[in-house]
Design a protein around this ligand. Structure first.
Ligand code: AMP
Length: 181
């Protein structure tokens, strides 16, 4: 990706100090989504390596992964599968516990959302410790998905999430990174 695009994307992301708690620098992508050029270029850049290849499903992580994932699914002519916090999906689900900064939570996917062998790309806005994405990868593998890649707009490399996913054999694609946490 060229330098100018990277600068455009970085300047379209708003940083909010001490949200949701003291010491956290929250990387807010609502400003990127609200900027037509930055939104479009982010989606174009994320899908670039997969254009013209067969991708069956995009799995998006609640909630910002739904927005990016929907646009990516459209661009790749793929389906969209939501991965949600427990209790939100109406039909039979598969569920996995995943680690958060403090404690654990659970996420779910519909049992019939993905067929074994389908080619899937996982999408979220940001990867930090990788706990959330790791949970999603476990769910997808449980369903027999062929995970082509995990895509994020933002990487926080100091928190090690990318390495965690790569250790699971997942290809990770990110557009911009911010130092620190
Ligand atoms: P993690 O499981 O640590 O990789 O955290 C990733 C999830 O938490 C993603 O769904 C992000 O949207 C959210 N998240 C974690 N840290 C931040 C941050 N500094 N700014 C914005 N969102 C974050």
């Amino acid at each position: 990706m060229d330098q100018t695009l990277q600068e455009t994307l970085i300047s379209s992301i708003r940083t909010i100090p001490d949200y949701p708690k003291p010491g956290i620098l929250f990387r807010d992508i609502t400003t990127l989504l609200g900027d037509p050029r930055a939104f479009r270029r982010s989606v174009d850049e994320l899908v670039h390596p997969y254009a013209g290849t067969r991708i069956d499903q995009i799995a998006g992580i609640e909630a910002r992964g739904f927005i990016l994932g929907g646009a990516i699914a459209h661009q790749l002519s793929a389906g969209f599968v939501p991965i949600r916090k427990k209790g939100k999906l109406p039909h039979d689900t598969v569920r996995v516990a995943y680690s958060l900064e403090y404690g654990v939570d659970e996420m779910e996917m519909h049992k019939d959302a993905i067929k074994p062998g389908q080619k899937v790309i996982l999408v979220d806005d940001l990867i930090a410790t990788g706990g959330t994405a790791e949970g999603a990868v476990k769910l997808l593998k449980q369903m027999g998905a062929d995970i082509v890649a995990a895509c994020f707009v933002i990487d926080l490399p100091d928190l090690g999430g990318r390495k965690k996913l790569e250790a699971l054999g997942v290809t990770v694609r990110t557009l911009v990174s911010f130092e620190g946490d």
